[in-house]
Design a protein around this ligand. Structure first.
Ligand code: ATP
Ligand code: MG
Length: 242
């Protein structure tokens, strides 16, 4: 790892993502350069279609840019083969999605354990660790329940426990409060803030200005370009209602 960049976990340089459908091409990302350092809490905001999910998918190593470069924890992601990329992703990133993406047939404990399977941890240890993570999000007593026996906010807490299973440096959350009422959304946000206080880097996508305002840093996209990158209190940080 480059010593000089030790602190920079996410580095996008001049990233373009162009979707070609027939005659038309959409510049979903149009020259995005961005650095996120260890310990930051950043919110990516912008109107629908501005490129937030495209940006998150590239940061999450789930998609490749059309051009540009991406370094994650010092590693040049775009030059890696799929196997190396998957390893880096599992080691460095934890994902949280709007729709929780829990496996309906598995109980909560098994859902969290599944995230540790790939790391090759022995079964007994996985189980113990899974219970501990569920305890951290206040759901130890529901470990044997299946996801649809839980409220939305509880399911999202399981997703947080699952995201933490691999001890990732970075939590990536795409609209984690999007399916929740505002009170429950605030509770989920409080968990993410707590993780950040404990040293984890959090990158969050949100439509909700009230949620975004609680981040230290707001990155605002418009038509695939960064039009604002700074503290949450500036008027430019706010996305107009659609
Ligand atoms: N697979 C695809 N093929 C073609 N166009 C796409 C594809 N994925 C995204 N786009 C386009 O790229 C642009 C950015 O999409 P993206 O999903 O990143 O927006 P977003 O900011 O996440 O929006 P939302 O808030 O609605 O989730 C949009 O114009 C979208 O229509
Ligand atoms: Mg999106």
């Amino acid at each position: 790892m480059n010593e000089q960049n030790n602190d920079v976990l996410i580095k996008l340089q001049d990233v373009y993502k162009i979707y070609q459908t027939g005659e038309t091409s959409v510049h979903a990302l149009d020259g995005v350069s961005l650095e996120i350092r260890r310990g930051e809490f950043a919110a990516i905001v912008g109107a629908s279609g501005s490129g937030k999910s495209t940006c998150m998918n590239i940061i999450g190593c789930l998609d490749k840019p059309t051009s540009g470069s991406y370094h994650l924890a010092g590693a040049d992601v775009l030059s890696m083969d799929d196997n190396a990329k998957a390893k880096l992703r599992n080691k460095t990133l934890g994902f949280i999605f709007q729709q929780y993406n829990l496996i309906p047939k598995l109980n909560l404990c098994e859902n969290v354990e599944l995230a540790m399977l790939y790391a090759g941890m022995p079964a007994g240890e996985r189980h113990k660790r899974s219970l501990k993570l569920l305890e951290q999000v206040g759901l130890a007593d529901k470990a044997q329940n299946v996801p649809n026996q839980l409220s939305g906010g509880q399911q999202q807490r399981v997703a947080i426990a699952r995201a933490l299973a691999g001890e990732p440096a970075v939590i990536l959350a795409d609209e984690p409060t999007g399916a929740l009422d505002s009170q429950t959304g605030r509770e989920i946000l409080a968990y993410l803030k707590q993780l950040n206080i404990e040293g984890r880097t959090v990158v969050l996508i949100t439509h909700d200005n009230a949620i975004a305002r609680q981040a230290q840093r707001i990155i605002r996209l418009e038509d695939g370009k960064i039009v604002y990158d700074g503290t949450a209190d500036a008027p430019e940080a706010v996305v107009a209602a659609e």
